[in-house]
Structures are given as structure tokens and as C-alpha cells.
Design a protein around this ligand. Structure first.
Ligand SMILES: [Cu+2]
Length: 150
């Protein structure tokens, strides 16, 4: 009798636990046109683009993909060169933030994704899985996004 009660209690605790984690980790994220440029022959770096809209503020903690050494979010900045000339420089965004309901746009000639150390040949039409690890209220929530090679 006692054993049965304990078992039921465990079940209730288990069920409550599952429900709580399921609601708090739900991402409400809209993903539009995730693409990665096919690397130029002999190169193992490339850029990627996507448009994301989250209903809540989200920080991108890290981005990873199998067979790719490092993925960063970059921004483009106009800077003065050594001889006073204007040059376009890419800079890593340390903590990219998706503001609630505001489009986070990564596109050619502007903020973009940078893929370093691509170990596979990527041909046009191929699809690769990229995992975005978001930081939402001090907890990591992961989302796999399928990027198409263009
Ligand atoms: Cu870049």
C-alpha cells in the first residue's frame, strides 16, 4: 500500500517536472530562408543568411554544425585604413540579440553568419543542419535550422 502511494507521488512529481520544462523551453521562432553560400573552390570558409523573428527577447549563445569548426555572427563596419582610406571590416558580434518581434536579418552585404573550417564539400542544393543555442532567461534552448547551400 505504502509503495503504491510512493510510486504515484513520483509519477506526479515527474509529470509536473515535464510540464514545467516543456512550457519554459518553448521557442516561438519564425525562420525564413536559411541559406549558406557554397564555398569557393579551395576555400573552407563561407557566409550564411537567414531571417529570424522571435516573440521573446533571445540571445544567441552559440551556433554549431557537424563538420564545421566555428560559426559566428558578423557585422560589417566602415573603418579608416592606414592611409585614410575607407575600408569595410567584418567584426564578430559577441552576444547577438534577437529583440522581441523585431526581424533579426542576416543578409549579403550586412550582418551575416560566418562559417569557418568547413570540412565537407558543399554543393548547391545540399542541406546542412545548423544548431542555434539560444539563451532564454539563463537557460539554453536549442533549435536546429536546415540551411540550403546556394
Ligand atoms: Cu564575416
Amino acid at each position: 500500500m505504502r509503495l503504491t502511494t510512493m510510486k504515484i507521488n513520483y509519477w506526479i512529481i515527474f509529470l509536473i517536472g515535464v510540464t514545467v520544462s516543456a512550457t519554459s523551453s518553448a521557442l516561438d521562432l519564425n525562420v525564413d530562408s536559411p541559406t549558406i553560400k557554397a564555398p569557393r573552390p579551395g576555400q573552407n570558409i563561407s557566409a550564411g543568411f537567414v531571417k529570424l523573428i522571435s516573440t521573446k527577447d533571445l540571445l544567441i549563445d552559440s551556433i554549431e554544425s557537424e563538420n564545421i569548426s566555428k560559426i559566428e555572427v558578423h557585422t560589417m563596419k566602415m573603418e579608416k585604413g592606414t592611409y585614410g582610406e575607407t575600408i569595410m571590416r567584418m567584426r564578430k558580434i559577441e552576444k547577438p540579440l534577437l529583440k522581441a518581434n523585431k526581424a533579426f536579418i542576416l543578409q549579403p552585404g550586412a550582418d551575416h553568419l560566418m562559417f569557418f573550417g568547413i570540412q565537407n564539400t558543399l554543393s548547391k542544393g545540399e542541406k546542412i543542419k545548423v544548431t542555434f543555442n539560444f539563451l532564454e532567461k539563463a537557460r539554453i534552448v536549442s533549435k536546429d535550422i536546415i540551411f540550403e547551400v546556394r
